[in-house]
Design a protein around this ligand. Structure first.
Ligand SMILES: *Cc1c(COP(=O)(O)O)cnc(C)c1O
Length: 225
């Protein structure tokens, strides 16, 4: 199937409230343009240099999401244009994003990455770390970032029950924190709307567990080397 057909097929499966992020890491600009012409205007990239180069070459109405592990010293390279940063997993990184956003006169939307997998290797905040960040005074003073949701990656396994358990756990945490938004004291830089979970192998399961944003690479562009 072509990239265009893959996008049409996936779109036909997604409920209207779910956003498709086309994960284009390692793929050439020609592939991305094929997706763009099929109507796909949201792309996710994992590597800063690659993202910067592609942003340069592609149409300006694309929304670029950074979905990889972001190093603080590289934030300044994407701060002028990035539309959403998915994998924020420390307060230090959040401070740097805020600083670079301010320099660019903008507010950058971010998702906090929450650790839900069993593997040690996956990045993310645990519930205690999340709580400490959100309730701190220092966080409430960051005026150039906005936490618009959470992102999570399930354990790399064939065991659907395990994956489902992890997605549901993240959804329940999301709902719990979303309630905080409705309280008078909640700050304007913390407005949960988006729950980013689900990739090529598990996006339908993720949606059934409450995902509102899926990050799909290989099912659109084919396997990566
Ligand atoms: C690569 C990647 C994806 C897409 O993975 P596929 O299995 O190819 O759909 C999604 N999310 C993150 C964080 C990734 O690094």
């Amino acid at each position: 199937m072509s990239i265009e057909q893959n996008i049409q097929r996936i779109n036909s499966e997604l409920p209207a409230h779910v956003t498709l992020v086309a994960v284009s890491k390692t793929k050439p600009v020609s592939d991305l343009m094929e997706a763009y012409h099929a109507g796909q205007h949201v792309f996710g990239e994992n590597y800063v240099q690659e993202l910067v180069e592609k942003e340069h070459q592609m149409p300006k109405d694309i929304k670029w999401h950074f979905i990889g592990h972001l190093q603080s010293r590289k934030v300044k390279l994407i701060a002028p244009f990035v539309s959403l940063i998915h994998g924020v997993d420390s307060f230090k990184l959040l401070q740097e994003i805020n600083k670079q956003a301010e320099k660019n006169n903008r507010v950058i939307d971010c998702l906090l990455q929450i650790f839900i997998a069993e593997e040690e290797s996956k990045f993310g905040l645990d519930e205690q770390e999340l709580f400490e960040i959100i309730q701190s005074d220092a966080f409430q003073q960051l005026n150039n970032i906005r936490i618009v949701g959470f992102m999570g990656m399930a354990t790399f396994t064939e065991n659907k029950t395990q994956i489902e358990k992890e997605f549901k756990q993240l959804k329940s945490l999301f709902d719990q924190y979303k309630q905080l938004n409705e309280q008078p004291k909640s700050t304007s830089n913390f407005q949960l709307e988006t729950l980013s979970m689900g990739m090529s192998g598990d996006y339908l399961l993720a949606i059934s567990c409450g995902s509102t944003m899926v990050r799909i690479g290989s099912s659109i562009f084919g396997f990566r080397n």
